[in-house]
Ligand binder design. Structure first.
Ligand code: GAP
Length: 437
């Protein structure tokens, strides 16, 4: 019963995301492509705001983390050295009857196909990296779409040392796309084949790694609260050695209670010196750090906080989704914080067939638009429907121009969560909205 309710909730969130322009299936007019999604205008704006908040918090407002942007495609040598070609795999089983493939660790006990009940074949390892050929013809060199951003940071470690002259501890961050040939993409944005990651490698002295690990664990918690994810639905889980990535010596996953179950949202890993040492050995280039005082040379160790953009967006939507009754009518709304709401305010004339109201509403809209980003004008349908449309996309404030506006130059401000209205002078609108967003 509980499961059915949770499935229904997920269906409602997916449907809202599609209907209101947050998320579309990838290549939808061709029937969709499993594991790929496109962001619509509201989803793209929400993702942009999340990435902007993250970049400001972890790069711009700190002196110790350097932001970079590296190639999506890297040569095979990089992925050989990092261990991704040998170790970045999931266990795969294939049904001998219907031919469907599954992740072995996602199939219920019993060696039976979840689709047709047929017998499942022998488990094998399936590598998740996407190979690409660089250059023309059969002599083209082998490369791979990046399965994680981290390798871009490691192969540029020396460049950062040489150009920025940082002192330990320091970090290298980036935001960008990663690609994994997931065996079974599922659960909407949760497991896809192309997704964005925000992550940094924080380089430390080996004997200080535990202190930095604890610090970043608490900073990740603070970010979760700030971005608008329901904290009570987030659980920190120590990942056992058998389930950790090949590079990790310790991992704590931040798991979120999605409607389809408690699963990973973010990860925090201690990668030791695995990556820098491997690249130093494979490239023949020294990747050691020299202490400016003692002149001691050593390979730093790495703490890595990693945040998926799609999973953030999904957790934000799940945290904000609400159903209630307003004026006796059922409604759906997104209780997004004004800071991340894709539309900050909507401006309406009370009636669309009164030119004096429409003209004044347009003037108010243009005035607000100059100062406050992401403001929308709407005169479609009746005012009740317009309010509901804005509630559904999480717009915090609706500004309505009515007949009283023409008399005393005040408008109504309607609060999304309570539906309550109050009058605000036109001259005070910008200040009120600026304080809110
Ligand atoms: N450099 C470390 C790393 O890539 P990861 O846990 O494999 O770690 C980082 O991935 C984050 O990317 C995860 O915490 C999750 O938020 C997101 N992520 C991983 N695989 C994903 C997938 N198939 N679809 C969507 N997001 C994914």
């Amino acid at each position: 019963m509980k499961k059915e309710k949770e499935n229904k909730l997920m269906e409602k969130i997916v449907s809202l995301a599609k209907r209101r322009g947050f998320v579309f299936a990838g290549s939808e007019i061709y029937g969709g492509a499993s594991g790929f999604f496109d962001l619509g205008p509201l989803g793209a704006q929400l993702a942009y705001t999340i990435k902007d908040m993250w970049w400001k918090r972890f790069v711009e407002h700190r002196g110790d983390i350097y932001g970079i942007a590296t190639s999506v495609i890297m040569p095979e040598k990089v992925w050989e050295a990092s261990g991704h070609l040998s170790g970045f795999s999931d266990p795969l089983v294939k049904c001998e009857k219907c031919g469907e493939r599954f992740r072995a660790d996602h199939v219920p006990e019993g060696n039976k196909c979840p689709e047709c009940g047929g017998v499942l074949g022998k488990e094998e390892q399936f590598n998740l990296m996407f190979p690409v050929t660089l250059g023309a013809g059969s002599e083209g060199a082998a490369g791979h779409l990046r399965g994680e951003l981290a390798q871009g940071m490691f192969v540029n470690f020396k460049n950062i040392l040489d150009t920025m002259r940082p002192r330990l501890p320091f970090g290298i961050a980036q935001i960008g796309k990663a690609f994994r040939n997931e065996i079974a993409p599922r659960d909407f944005l949760f497991r896809v084949r192309e997704f964005e990651i925000m992550e940094f490698e924080y380089f430390v002295r080996e004997d200080e790694w535990e202190k930095h690990f604890a610090y970043w664990q608490s900073e990740m918690k603070a970010w979760i609260a700030d971005v608008g994810i329901a904290q009570e639905k987030v659980h920190e889980v120590e990942v056992p050695e058998s389930e950790r990535a090949h590079y990790s010596k310790r991992t704590v996953d931040f798991e979120f209670e999605y409607p389809f179950g408690q699963k990973e949202l973010y990860g925090l890993a201690y990668r030791g010196e695995h990556d820098l040492r491997s690249h130093q050995e494979a490239s023949g280039v020294s990747l050691s750090y020299e202490d400016p005082q003692t002149k001691e040379k050593f390979i730093p160790h790495v703490i890595e906080p990693s945040f998926g953009v799609g999973r953030t967006l999904l957790a934000v939507l799940c945290s904000a989704y609400r159903e209630d009754k307003l004026d006796g009518e059922p409604r759906v709304y997104l209780a997004l914080s004004p800071r991340i709401a894709p539309i900050k305010a909507a401006v309406f004339p009370l009636l669309k067939n009164k030119p004096e109201l429409v003209g004044k509403a347009r003037a108010v809209y243009e005035m607000i638009q100059k100062e406050v980003p992401h403001v929308l004008f709407d005169d479609n349908g009746n005012i009740g429907k317009r309010y509901r449309r804005q509630d559904e996309i999480g717009t915090p404030v609706c500004v309505t121009i009515d007949f009283t506006t023409l008399e005393d130059d005040t408008v109504t401000f309607r609060d999304r969560d309570t539906g309550e209205q109050r009058r605000v002078a036109v001259s005070g609108i910008i200040q009120e909205l600026s304080e809110l967003v």
